[in-house]
Structures are given as structure tokens and as C-alpha cells.
Design a binder for this molecule. Sequence first.
Ligand code: ADP
Length: 766
Amino acid sequence: MDSNKLLVLIINDMVIFPNNEVRLEYDNNYDYQMIEIVNKINDDYMLLVNPIDDSANIDITSLPNYGVLGRLKLKINVPNGKTRIVIEGLQRVELQNYISDGKLYRANYKEIIIPPTKEDEKYANVLIKALERYIDKVPYMGNAIMNQIDGIDNLSDLCDLIASFLNIDYPHKKKYITTISPLERAKDLIKDMNEELKFVELEQKIESEVEKELNKTQKEYFLREKIKIMQQELGEVNSKDDEVIKLKKKCAKLKCSNRVKEKINHEIARYEAINSNSPELGMIRDYLDWMLNLPWNTYTKDTEDLSKVKSILDSSHYALEDVKERILEYLAVKQNTNSLRSPILCLVGPPGVGKTSLAISIAKSLNRKVAKISVGGINDEAEIIGHRRTYIGANPGRIIQGIRKAQTANPVFIIDEIDKMTKDIKGDPASSLLEVLDPEQNNKFSDHYIEEEFDLSQVLFIATANYIEQIPYELKDRLEIINLSSYTEYEKLDIAKRHLIPKELEEHGLTPLQVQIDDDCIMSIIRNYTKEAGVRELERVIATVFRKIVKKILLEKDCTFYNITYENLEEFLGKKKYLYLDNQIEEEVGVVNGMAYTVFGGDILKIEATLYKGKGELILTGSLGEVMQESCQIALSYIKANLEEFNINREVLVNNDIHIHFPEGAVNKDGPSAGITITTALISLFTNKKISSSISMTGEITLRGRVLPIGGLKEKVIGAHRAGIKKIFLPQDNEKDLIEITEDVKKDIEFIFVTNYSEIYQQIFN
Ligand code: ADP
């Protein structure tokens, strides 16, 4: 059949691929080409051809060199003057020698034979994979084709089947008929599918984003509506408008100055005007919250009855006469003059001696509220005076925060740990605090966040600190320092009996009829279960005892009375933690008791010296500060300069290295008070004479042997007493301080005051 000319069916809008069937319908009155061809068709075969250029008029030149041999498979007349046919594509053919009778075209055709190559097989696989991916990703593609390609091993047929199936536009599809090489077609198909995939993915992405956005807004809308309905049900209509009305009402009631009111109203107006979605909304709301809740011009009235104040202070705190006195003076003068700047008190002393609790009692006795902040560790002045409002997450400083909590403008304001502030690049909190405390300025205190002035002049500031030396000097200048020192054990006994035990009994729901605790027992708690300058630990231990009693009463119902004695104390508290007088009297060479001032109040600090063959080097250990290291060198030089007087053989010093150690090596030690102790330890070492452990001493030494005074005498003596020391050497200049020591301590100790080291030498070594 290849040499016979066949009729050409020119198709303009679709492509019929080999191995593909197409159903068509045409109108018997109009579709001239179809009518003629179908009528004249020879052996049912024809040539299916798509013109090269669809827009041009059809002539021989516009017809391509390749087309498809087709067959008319079926022809049925259907109603309405139409005919339905089915045309089947058979194979791709080369077309030659077109002729036309003016209406229809005919042409010769030639079979195209392309032998399969190895590459075909590879590409067939790649093509199938690409198709699978394509079907998987493109939502509108069914997978029926997968059944059809099953078993097709010819790349050309595979390409034709896939091309007929794909959703490709007509000009593109046409190209797949005229491209003869199956390899080329396969590559083109893969490319087309990938492009379509990209497009589909982009489409899906856009769709999902649109959907997400829609979902979010719908969800938010839905939730908002729900909240509104719930609020209405609860009678809490909370729209911004209602809130603004509430804010305005609250502002009208404030006792602040007109200027502050204006500022608040201005902010309320801004709040009202601002869009509900603006991030600034929350910031303005927070600011309003602060402004409307500060105790502007709100004061409590001080108790005027001085005796009442005194009795409240006495009932809450034992001793501490200086502070109580100072408070009474303040009140007296205030009543007398009717205007008085508050003093700024600073209570200095070791932990647990009652600084904070006394300040709270002062507030109670005056009928004032309490504000309490700690400035320990603060290194940023914004902590004191606030951040500017432009700063993200801005807040007022701690002063304003304390005032707000106290809800009055004249509270007793406790500032704890004033000695533990630090200074760095963020500013100097001490100087900001100075502004707060300075009576000249603090009636116009301006916090950076609040922006408006707040009057702090009626506040009674009470600062607390552990070490007076560490209070920033500019602050120290403004403060009325009141020292609270360690309690002796007899004072602790009194405090326990009069204050701590009654207080703890009450807190544990016990009565004195249920529990008896004798003095020996309290003393044993003080000596064997606590080691501190104050009474905080003591209070805790007493609470532990009472807690156990409450438990026993509830469990063993028959027992209603408990007598706690020295003998049965261990039942409640376990083994003794500190053995009082554990400093059993012994004698040693090169070991001497020094005296230190620590957080526990005073304590004894042993100094050890030893020597061994060497070249006269001095080795120091025990975490010593510079001053202590120098003390060691001075002591050694002083001894070297007076070898004969002390009966020391020079050889000992030349042929040995000397090592001085301060035990509890990890604890930092510094301060000018160990000179005479080091000297004594060294002389003992060099002369091989033993020193009794019942002796202790404290005092700095000069190169000439002069003994200089020391600080913290009371603490040190109490600590030495606790350790069972019987004899203490002290600088002559400290004799006046002995007045601070109670008789019950003094009676157990022999004090020897010296001005020069030779006096100590006489006493110990001669
Ligand atoms: P500080 O502030 O000095 O560290 P606290 O004020 O917290 O010490 O006191 C610790 C506990 O000791 C408080 O319960 C306090 O009541 C009690 N306390 C301290 N000193 C006395 C005292 N002189 N009289 C009565 N109780 C005291």
C-alpha cells in the first residue's frame, strides 16, 4: 500500500497518535472535508496530517513531511444530521508527493523504520519513572495509563502513548508527530513533564498559603467572636471603649497632681486612638496600669504615742537599744516640729542579727506599710531608676516597684544588701540610689519609665549591710550607720527564751503548757547545733524541735507534755554538729590561735608554721590576700632583725625554707590583724618552744614590733570565748572596746593588752 496515494485528512486542533483511537462527530451539512473523505475513503485508510502553520491558508507547502497512517474504524449516523466516526492511528509515516484536486489532498507515504538501540531501553525506564512521579504529583492525572504502558517495550510506542495522554497544548503535541527519533521524543517528554510539575508545585504552594492565611484569619475571627459572646454572658463587656471609660474613672479618683492627671489622660487618649492591632497598644496599657496604681499622695498616719512604739519594738526585739532609741528620737522631733525629713538609717552587722526583722518591726510600731527590695548584685542603674519607655520590655525601677507594692507613699522602705552592689559599664547603681535617698532631691524622684515626679520625701529608708567597708563611700556619707554586732551566747539564750521560743510555739500551734525546754538545753542548741553571729539558725533549729513535737503529739495521742532537756536533745536533733570547747588544751610547736571576723561573727583561726632543709625561702599558703602576705614578711623581717633578743640561731633561718599555712585553705583571708600571731608561730618554730592552744591573739605588727589596733573586737572575743580560749593578747589601743563585751564572757578570759611585741615574748617564751 505504500506506493498508492491516500486521501489526506487535515486536522487543525488535535493530534491523533499512532496506536491511538479518536472519536469524532461532524455535521453532514457543513463539514465538507470530512464528508468527502469519509465517502471516498479507500479501504478505510487515510493519512492524518496536522498543518505546519495553523494560521496560514492550506496549500501543499503548508503540509508536513510526516504524519500518521490512519483507518476509519467506525461510522454511525446519529440524529440531528450528524455522523459519528472513530479513527484509529496506526503508525508514523513519511509523506511525499502531495497533490490536490482543489478540494482534497492526496499523498504517497513511506513507512519509517528505526531499529531499537540500547539507549532506548534506558530511556524507557527513565521515562516511566518520570511519568510515575508526574502522576503522583499532578492531582488531575489518573493512573489508568500505567496499565496501558505495561508490556510496551518499544520506546517509540511508549512515547506516543504518553504524549497522547499528557496535558500538553496542541502545537507541542504536533511536534511529537514530526519528531522521528524516539530518543528525542523521550527527552522532550521528560522535560515537558518536569516543567509541568514545577508549575503544579508552585500552584500548590500558592494555594496552600492562601488557604493557611484564610484559615488563620477565619480562626482568629471565630475565636474573637467566641470571646465576645463569652464575655457578654459573663457580663464582662471588655471592648476597648469600656476599658477607656474605666481608665478615665480611675484617673479621676487619683490623688495625684493635675500635671500627672493630664499626662494620664493624654495617654488614655492615645490608647483610645491607637489601632487594636498595634504593638504599642500593650505598652501604653502597661504604662497606664503603673500610673493608675501608684499611691500618689497616699499616706498612713504615724503612731504618735511614743510609749506604744517603744513597747512594740521591745516586744519584738531584744536589746538593739541604739536603733530603738534613734527611732524614738525621730518620732519625737517629728511631732515637735511637724515637718521633718526622714533619716536614712543603715543597719550594719552579720547575718541573722535582726536587721531586716527590726526594720519590719519599726514599720509595725509606726503603723506604716513595708516596702522591701534587695540591691545585692545589681550592676545596672536601670534597676533602681527604671528603663526609658522606648526600651523594649521597659519597666519602672525597684524603688517604684516597691512603692507600688506598699500602696502608700510613706512606707518603711528596706533596702537590703546595700554593700553588695557592683559598678560596671551599665552605670553605677550606687549613685542612682543616692538620688533616691538624698532628701534634697527625693521629693522629686523621677523614674525613667514613669517620667513624672514621685515624692519620696516621706519614705523612711532603712538600708542593711553586712560589711561597712563595702558600702559605696558616697552612700556611706548620707547614711546614719547603726552597728548591730554578734550576740554572745548568753544574749542568744535570752533572745531564744524571750522571743524565738514564744514565737515558734505560737507558729506551731503549741502552748508553753505542752512543751518545756530548759536553759541547759537551749545553751546546748546554741553551742552544739549552731555556729553563727545572729540567731537565724537558732530559730530554725528551735522550729525543727517543735515540728517534731507537733508530729509526736498527733501520732502518740496519749502524750501531752514534752520536756526537752540536754539529755534527750539528740532524739530531736541528731548528733551534735559542733563540739563546744573542742579546742582541747594541748601544746604544739609552730601552731598559734589567731582571731578572725567572719560571717559567723568571730572565730579562731589557727596559724601553722613549719621548716625543712632549704635556702631560707618563705612559702605562704591558705588563700591569703596581699595585706596578709605582707604581714608574714614583716613578721619574718622583725624576727630576723632581733634574733639575739629571741634566742634564735641564725643557721636555722639560713639553711631552711619556712612555710606558713592558714588552714581552711579555700577560704580567702585578708586584713591587718594577724601580725603578732604569725610572729609568735615563727618564734615558736625557730626556738622549738610549744604554745598552749588556750591562748589566742590578734593585732598587726610593724617592723619595729609595735602592735597596732584591730577592728571587730567584740566579734573576735565572742568567737574565742566560744572556742574555749582562756587568755587573749590584744593591742593596747583596743582596751577601750572591751566595754562592749558582757561580763559573762569577760569573766572566763584573761585579757593582756600590749603595745610592743616584746611584751608578748616575755609572757609566752620567757
Ligand atoms: P538579718 O536581717 O540581720 O540577716 P533577720 O532580721 O532576718 O536578720 O533576723 C533573723 C531572725 O532572728 C528573725 O526571725 C528575727 O526575729 C530574729 N532576731 C534577730 N535578732 C533578734 C533580737 N534582738 N530579738 C529578737 N529576735 C531577733
